[in-house]
Design a protein around this ligand. Sequence first.
Ligand code: MN
Length: 273
Amino acid sequence: MLFPSAVTVSLVPQAAGGPFVFWDGLEASCAKAAALGFDAVEVFPLSADDLNAHELRGLLQSHGLKLAAVGTGAGWVVQKLRLTDPDGLVRARAKNFIASIVDLAGKLGAPAIIGSMQGRVDAGVTRAQALAWVAESVEQLAPRAHEYGVPLLLEPLNRYETNLFNTVSDTLEFAKGLHTRNLKLLCDCFHMNIEEVSIAESLRNAGDAVGHVHLADSNRRAAGLGHTDFSDVARALKGIGYLGYLSAEVLPLPDADVAAKQTLATIQSLRQI
Ligand SMILES: [Mn+2]
């Protein structure tokens, strides 16, 4: 089916207020996602050790759900690990944190996401140095993901969250300079609404480098509750032959159920375009 749907599940209390739809634990969240009709869940764990892969596999099977992706953001939010930390020991711990999630997600057939773990270009560090540090880790992590037959996802974030990868074109240029061909972009419509000249044009430029899509409106609410033109986005994704998920990384407003149902209604209408 075109545009399979996914919904975010946060298992990170410290991320309260963040753009995740479900917060009530794996079991209740999987049950709710399946009952509403989602094809998959996207999970944000505290760490690989904290997520019981056996339990998750069982819940996915019993509810007929897939795992769309697994986030690594808790490595930054909780443990303050970044791939661009000036301290080499912190960078190594950041890489290992992501590697353990690549393994966990990979065994369940899903990619891991590098978003906030990219860090930023700190004062006193050149952009070239920061990019080299990310490249060093990604050159190890992306082939590791390939062992599981999944890509590694790198997400450009808006300027209020990082000064490293803000645009699709910056991130594409970085990916093209690597030896690995297994790094794909996570294109988040909320960040793109802030940074891109045209969301649709940027998706067309990225083409088969688009590995995952976060479907969120201009205000980080569910698609359809802001002012982004998603028909334009859907036409661009169809044009590039995108077969991945549209995943709702959105605020649970006015509540989780309404945000989830609004997302599904929007995805259903986009399939008709
Ligand atoms: Mn995102």
